[in-house]
Design a protein around this ligand. Structure first.
Ligand code: DQA
Length: 148
């Protein structure tokens, strides 16, 4: 079955609800996790959700995802704008990838306007708050069922 997905979160997303609430909202990382698990279950997806503040760990998670998962949803956070290593690892994953950002990265500081991964992912969601995670799960299910 084509139904195993992983949501990969980069640095500082573990502090959701605490950090810059005007950008990232008030919901905690744990609450977000519960919501994602609930939505995935409803849609018949098996979800793993991971978070790391360490670039190399994220590369390892992406590499290991090749054999374990059918799709990746990734909020690479600050590494979106800096990490060639994360880009290269994602490029090796030959299945659907959704890039996700809680805030609208094109409406913020100049350095956030460049994503090193946008041109190699299947599609992206940004600026819709933490709802973006739920929307990404719905889109991923469609991608995996070829219904998009
Ligand atoms: C973010 C945007 C990034 O620029 C930032 O470094 C983050 C979160 C977002 O979800 O809006 O940590 O990826």
């Amino acid at each position: 079955m084509n139904n195993k997905i992983i949501i990969i979160n980069g640095p500082n997303l573990n502090l959701l609800g605490e950090r810059e609430q005007s950008q990232y909202g008030t919901i905690s990382f744990n609450e977000l996790k519960e919501n994602c698990i609930k939505k995935s279950k409803e849609l018949g997806l098996e979800l793993e959700l991971s978070q790391s503040n360490v670039e190399g760990e994220l590369v390892n998670i992406i590499q290991n995802s090749r054999k374990k998962f059918d799709g990746i949803i990734i909020n690479a956070a600050a590494f979106t704008h800096t990490s060639v290593a994360i880009r290269d690892a994602l490029d090796i994953f030959k299945k659907p990838i959704i890039e996700l950002h809680i805030s609208n990265i094109y409406k913020r500081e100049e350095f956030r306007k460049k994503s090193l991964i946008s041109d190699i992912v299947t599609g992206g969601i940004f600026g819709l708050g933490v709802d973006g995670y739920i929307l990404a799960i719905i889109s991923m299910q469609k991608l995996l069922k070829n219904e998009n």
